[in-house]
Design a protein around this ligand. Structure first.
Ligand code: FEO
Length: 177
């Protein structure tokens, strides 16, 4: 059972996660456009991660007997100043998502909704990892500066990132292979 306000807030988070996927898809497209295929891969993997976050929440709302109501997704930016700019925008966006998850948790605590608190813990942990990854990338890109050779080496490294979460949700996020 979900409180109506809680269900509405969780639906809002589905939209934010879908926007995150859209944003990283746009960054992937931009990376490809400027010849950085490894960055394009990294952001496309991130796109899949965000779709997983959205679908995990989508399922939770339904399992709690509430309706998923999808709203339009904002248009993401389509050009960026540099790879560093992309990761700085990524970090800023993830900090926004962290605040949003924290607000959901505060609402769940206020509503004495223990199930949603336990559910949201996964997202709390995930946000720490996401911000940490972005900070690491920003630090590396600052070290690289204007060195194209070092940038291409990092691009090759990012090409190796693999999708480790389910991407087919037709049987549900837990059953997806
Ligand atoms: Fe779904 Fe990147 O937070």
């Amino acid at each position: 059972m979900l409180d109506k306000k809680m269900a509405q807030a969780l639906n809002g988070q589905v939209n934010k996660e879908l926007y995150s996927a859209y944003l990283y898809m746009s960054m992937s497209a931009y990376s490809n456009r400027i010849g950085l295929k490894g960055f394009a891969n990294w952001f496309m993997v991130q796109y899949h991660e965000e779709m997983f976050h959205a679908m995990k929440m989508y399922e939770y709302i339904q399992r709690q007997g509430e309706d998923v109501i999808l709203k339009s997704i904002d248009t993401p930016p389509d050009t960026f100043k540099s790879p560093l700019d992309m990761f700085e925008q990524t970090l800023a966006h993830e900090q926004f998502i962290t605040r949003s998850i924290n607000e959901l948790m505060e609402l769940a605590i206020k509503k004495k909704d223990h199930a949603t608190q336990i559910f949201l813990e996964w997202y709390v942990t995930e946000q720490v990892e996401e911000e940490d990854n972005d900070n690491e990338m920003i630090a590396q890109l600052k070290l690289i500066g204007d060195n194209p050779q070092a940038l291409l080496m990092l691009d090759r490294e990012l090409a190796a990132r693999l999708v480790t979460i389910p991407v087919d949700f037709s049987k549900g996020v837990d059953q997806a292979a």
